[in-house]
Design a protein around this ligand. Structure first.
Ligand code: FAD
Length: 454
């Protein structure tokens, strides 16, 4: 219980990052309050989990709820090249002999709802439909937040630590202009949902499929089986290729792309599209810092890599865990400085870079896992370790030595940006305009978040 609107920790945002950090901290004895601007369930993209999420789920105490859920079990990932040739499935149990080798494909509206309710079950005070308007500072130290309650009134809350888990809204890294963009990774995405699309029998029925589209498009389809015979199907490609000069009819573009991708076309042929076409322009970015005095930044608010490999929720959960440990440490030492709260950034960035290298490899025209593994069959184990999300493991990067014969492997983001040549993300008003413009030209505004930046 708190007094005078004062808590140990304030969490802004109730997606996977925010709900997980709130669950763990509350479960481990901290007084936590979480503010989420939406009322759940709400639509969100990001449906395929990596198996290493298991360990955070276990710490949160939510494994039983997931096991009892209707979510489809995911045992593997499978790739098909532009000619339609399909790889052998990469089964996670080839590398991991434990129940953590199986994970879930989740409808995010239900999954995020489960997670935020779980945070409340663990003792966090959870407010939905409450928008954080600004973070309050005393000097350079965050001391609390001002929120807009559901009835429109404003209220202030105080805490030793404010956690920014506001997703791509990225309240604090935008405020401080810390967000830097990856110079290469920028994609346009169209996706929708099909009922009755093809599903393989048995174990393979839960696989994520990554189906490359024609050469030069920089593109691929995801094919993710969800519960109730629904399949999530989306194309990720270079914006110029996917959208330029093709008009505003997104359904037409989507259908044309499906037709050009035989492994996708044959799978959706027997199904029916049951939702609208959603559209996203995604940029890969990272914040220069993961903490300041009195605050920590986690999940997409810290960085977003790319949809390929489904690493977003995993990284959000890992950051939630690292932040939980850093926050406990800060309370033990009564030291809420940037240095103490942000102590894990080097380790975190190393893990993100491991995944980023695999992303770059994938987008090299002509690269295929099958081709790589034909020459280096012993690397299969390391590839699976990366595909399960074990990016913090010592030595996991060794695979990039041999892989550099097949694909350009980038240096770490900040080295690649070469010091001062740092392209900033648009911030504040500009970013709002960009979001509005980009969604106005499409037919979906469901993921637009125009409020909340102070
Ligand atoms: C095309 C695409 C496909 C993807 N596919 C996958 C996938 O298959 N698997 C995967 O793991 N990841 C995937 N991702 C990434 C995944 O969606 C994200 O990494 C993940 O949702 C990050 O979680 P988060 O909690 O940090 O942010 P979010 O899930 O975005 O949650 C942030 C929350 O903060 C709230 N919020 C924002 N501002 C405020 C405010 N001012 N006050 C209060 N609340 C606020 C928002 O309403 C939101 O609920 C994909 C991403 C894209 C773009």
């Amino acid at each position: 219980m708190s007094t005078n609107n004062t808590y140990d920790v304030i969490v802004m945002g109730g997606g996977p990052a925010g709900s997980s950090v709130a669950s763990m901290l509350a479960r481990e004895g901290r007084q936590v309050i979480l503010f989420e601007k939406e009322i759940f369930p709400r639509h969100h993209i990001g449906e395929s989990l990596m198996t290493d999420t298991y360990w955070t789920f276990r710490r949160m105490g939510i494994l039983e709820k997931l096991t009892d859920s209707p979510f489809v079990r995911k045992y593997s990932v499978q790739f098909a090249n532009a000619a339609g040739k399909e790889s052998r499935p990469f089964y996670f149990f080839e590398a991991v002999h434990h129940e953590s080798a199986v994970t879930w494909q989740v409808t995010r509206a239900k999954f995020d709802h489960l997670l935020i309710d779980h945070a409340a079950d663990q003792g966090a005070t959870v407010h939905q439909g409450v928008l954080v308007k600004q973070v309050l500072f005393e000097g350079d130290r965050a001391i609390g937040v001002e929120v807009q309650m559901q009835d429109g009134s404003r209220e202030k809350f105080y805490a030793k630590v404010v956690v920014d888990a506001t997703g791509q809204m990225a309240m604090l890294s935008n405020k401080f202009r810390w967000r830097v963009r990856d110079p290469k990774l920028k994609k346009a995405v169209l996706y929708s949902y099909f009922k009755g699309a093809h599903r393989e029998p048995d174990l393979n029925g839960g696989a994520t499929l990554v189906l490359r589209t024609e050469h030069g498009s920089g593109g691929w389809f995801w094919y993710i089986p969800l519960e109730d015979d629904i399949t999530s199907v989306g194309i990720v490609a270079n914006p110029d290729y996917l959208l330029k000069g093709r008009g505003q009819d997104l359904a037409k573009i989507f259908e044309e792309e499906i037709a050009k991708c035989p492994p996708c076309a044959k799978r959706v042929a027997g199904g029916e599209r049951v939702d609208k076409i959603y559209s996203i322009l995604d940029y890969s970015y990272r914040s220069k810092h993961n903490a300041g005095n009195g605050f920590i930044i986690i999940g997409d608010a810290y960085g977003f890599l790319d949809p390929i490999y489904s690493s977003g929720v995993l990284l959000a959960l890992k950051m939630a865990e690292l932040a939980t440990d850093a926050i406990h440490d800060a309370f033990q030492h009564d030291d809420f400085s940037a240095a103490r709260l942000g102590q894990y950034q080097t380790k975190l960035d190393r893990g993100i870079e491991s995944m980023r290298k695999l992303v770059y490899a994938f987008y090299n025209d002509g690269f295929s896992f099958s081709g790589f593994l034909r020459k280096y069959p012993d690397e299969r184990f390391h590839i699976i370790n990366l595909l399960i999300g074990d990016v913090f493991k010592e030595g996991v990067d060794a695979v990039y030595g041999p892989m550099s014969e097949f694909a350009e492997i980038p240096p770490p983001l900040y080295e690649q940006l070469d010091g001062t040549l740092v392209p900033q993300m648009p911030t504040g008003e500009e970013s709002e305009l960009l979001l509005t413009a980009k969604y106005n030209s499409f037919d979906d505004r469901s993921q637009v978040q125009t409020d909340g930046a102070d």
